[in-house]
Design a protein around this ligand. Structure first.
Ligand code: 601
Length: 331
């Protein structure tokens, strides 16, 4: 079996959403595929009105295939301190023509203001490893883990684009979606993340390659690229107008600064992925400003590097759960 679904970026590529069908008759929600977490949760009719702001709600009572998991609950907190919690139902879920008939659907009773404010986002499909699923008393499998046994190949791929729709595929690799070769790197899933080690980086086409092992996770659910402080300094040191602006909480530079270099990161076997300098001028810090907030920021608050959408949209990525490895290709 296999599946394929289009993803659509919200403004500034802050997140990428995909249509998902839940229950019988189908209820379609727009969900955020998140390889940095492992809960499948949705806005639901269990929520208080004050926590809803335009989102589409999953109504388990309107689904003839929904069964409540009595005595089960969940609560998750993300890196940005946003959170959600609620009850658990088993129901049928279809993503891109791929159906899991007994998915644990975590129906929100409570969401933090960040989720309430994000009116386009109806919930998250966590495609990290199930070991960090938050459902109690017994953790639940991710959508991919439930689907995997029936798939042609135990992989899913992410093709995120800058300011345009892309695609998530399940169970196969579309060889027309990338150029050159796919370089595979081992993944350590013991923390539940797609954790891997990059051999280093290069700033600009003329810069030398800096051999330094960068431990990090591939996270479709994080917008920016969070790298070690030293890497940020090497990159922003090459941009004439760049500075660390504590009032903005990060590095900023003039959006049109022509000295902005591309950024390359190593994936192994000598392969590098090129992030165009334009991707790194993330967004204007306010409508009247000529300065942009950087797409690359320090990972100092996190403890490991997060290869978020700024990096992922420069590549075609294979999340190979069958072999616990990540495949990287240019496109
Ligand atoms: C508030 N929202 C929409 C979030 C979405 C995703 C995440 C996250 O850390 N994913 N790995 C946090 C917050």
């Amino acid at each position: 079996d296999r599946g394929s679904v289009q993803n659509s970026p919200k403004s500034y590529d802050v997140e990428y959403l995909m249509p998902v069908s839940l229950g019988t008759p189908a209820q379609q929600l727009n969900l955020d595929l998140d390889t940095g977490s492992s809960d499948f949760w949705v806005f639901s009719t269990l929520l208080k009105e004050s926590m809803i702001n335009g989102q589409t709600l999953y109504d388990p009572n309107a689904s003839t295939t929904a069964d409540k998991m009595e005595g089960y609950s969940w609560k998750i907190t993300y890196g940005d301190q946003s959170y959600s919690s609620g009850d658990v139902y088993v129901d049928t879920v279809t993503i891109g023509d791929l159906t899991v008939s007994t998915q644990a659907v975590e129906a929100a009773r409570e969401v933090s203001e960040e989720f309430t404010a994000d009116s386009d986002n109806d919930g998250l499909v966590g495609l990290g490893f199930g070991i960090i699923n938050t459902v109690m008393p017994y953790k639940q499998k991710t959508f991919f883990e439930k689907a995997m046994p029936g798939l042609d190949s135990p992989v899913f791929t992410a093709d995120l684009k800058s300011g345009a729709p892309g695609r998530y595929n399940f169970g196969y690799i579309d060889n027309g979606a990338y150029t050159g070769n796919i370089t595979y790197v081992p993944v350590n899933s013991s923390d539940g993340f797609w954790s891997w080690v990059s051999p280093g980086f290069q700033v600009g086409t003329t810069g030398s390659f800096n051999s330094t092992r960068i431990h990090g996770i591939a996270d479709t659910g994080t917008t920016l690229l969070l790298l070690p402080e030293g890497v940020c300094e090497a990159f922003y040191g090459r941009i004439a107008s760049a500075k660390y602006d504590a009032s903005q909480g990060g590095y900023t530079f003039e959006c049109n600064d022509s000295t902005t270099p591309d950024f390359y990161f190593g994936t192994g076997n000598g392969q590098m992925i090129r992030i165009p300098g334009s991707y790194l001028a993330y967004s204007k810090i306010d409508t009247s400003s000529l300065r942009c907030f950087g797409g690359m920021q320090s990972d100092s608050g996190v403890g490991f590097t997060i290869w978020g959408d700024i990096a992922l949209k420069a590549a075609f990525i294979v999340f190979d759960q069958g072999s616990e490895r990540l495949g990287w290709a240019e496109k």
